[in-house]
Write a protein that binds this ligand. Structure first.
Ligand SMILES: [Fe+2]
Ligand SMILES: [Fe+2]
Length: 240
């Protein structure tokens, strides 16, 4: 870092001399001094840094940071493959893999909807009413997640897989019916914890290559964490 800073400082000082002092000196006898003549020659490194391009975006690089793609290139690229809709040339994620992972998340959400619905209708006992209400709320939330994920798959040019065939294989979470209210809550908690870990990994995988998918999954992850917290509280109430 120190070396780079010194280099930049030296280049800027040299630029100052070239841009301001040399023209002034050029009018005087000093303009013919061999040292000033040397300074007046544009440095090769300086010329290169002015024209350095980002090999990925074609944009300029300022220091070490890639700058924005120029407007002309952006406009040209947007006109190519317009049938791909939201998926532009700048989309850098592995689209096929993202769609496959989203379909697994979709299956996970559908299995969770089915399991929560089953638990909602089968909840019995003295605490059944409040617990069933929680199950129903979670089922509604998971359905909303499934819809969000399906919509994103379509935006990415894929097809959401709603087929019942292989649903449990695609899903990360399991479908366990559970005999008692306690069992049901525990199974739901385990399923939430599976979803939390798998979505966290998906978010890390997508990273900065697909910020829209990442943000959506981050929102869903936050809600699964809330669900897990709700279930732990329910368990404590039942067991305490
Ligand atoms: Fe969910
Ligand atoms: Fe959940």
């Amino acid at each position: 870092m120190g070396k780079e800073y010194c280099y930049v400082f030296a280049v800027e000082c040299k630029a100052l001399v070239i841009d301001f002092l040399v023209p002034i000196a050029g009018n005087a006898t000093l303009g013919h001094h061999p040292y000033l003549a040397l300074l007046a020659r544009p440095s090769r490194k300086r010329v290169i840094s002015r024209h350095k391009k980002n090999s990925v975006t074609g944009g300029n690089i300022v220091g070490d940071k890639p700058f924005l793609t120029d407007i002309k290139t952006l406009r040209e690229r947007a006109r190519q493959h317009i049938e791909r809709g939201a998926v532009t040339e700048g989309y850098s994620a592995d689209r096929e893999t993202v769609i496959r992972l989203l379909n697994e998340a979709l299956a996970t959400e559908i299995v969770c909807v089915l399991r929560y619905k089953r638990h909602y209708f089968m909840a019995t006992g003295i605490h059944a009413e409040s617990v069933a209400a929680e199950f129903l709320q979670h089922a509604t939330d998971e359905q909303a997640h499934a819809d969000q994920i399906a919509q994103r798959i379509v935006q990415l040019g894929g097809e959401p897989n709603f087929s019942p065939e292989g649903l449990l294989t695609r899903s990360h979470a399991e479908y366990v019916e559970g005999d008692t209210l306690n069992d049901m809550i525990k199974e739901d908690l385990v399923a939430e914890r599976i979803a939390i870990d798998s979505y966290r990994e998906m978010i890390t995988f997508v990273g900065n290559d697909d910020p829209t998918t990442r943000r959506m999954m981050e929102g869903i992850l936050a809600m699964e964490e809330e669900h897990a917290d709700d279930l732990v509280n329910l368990l404590e109430k039942l067991e305490g």
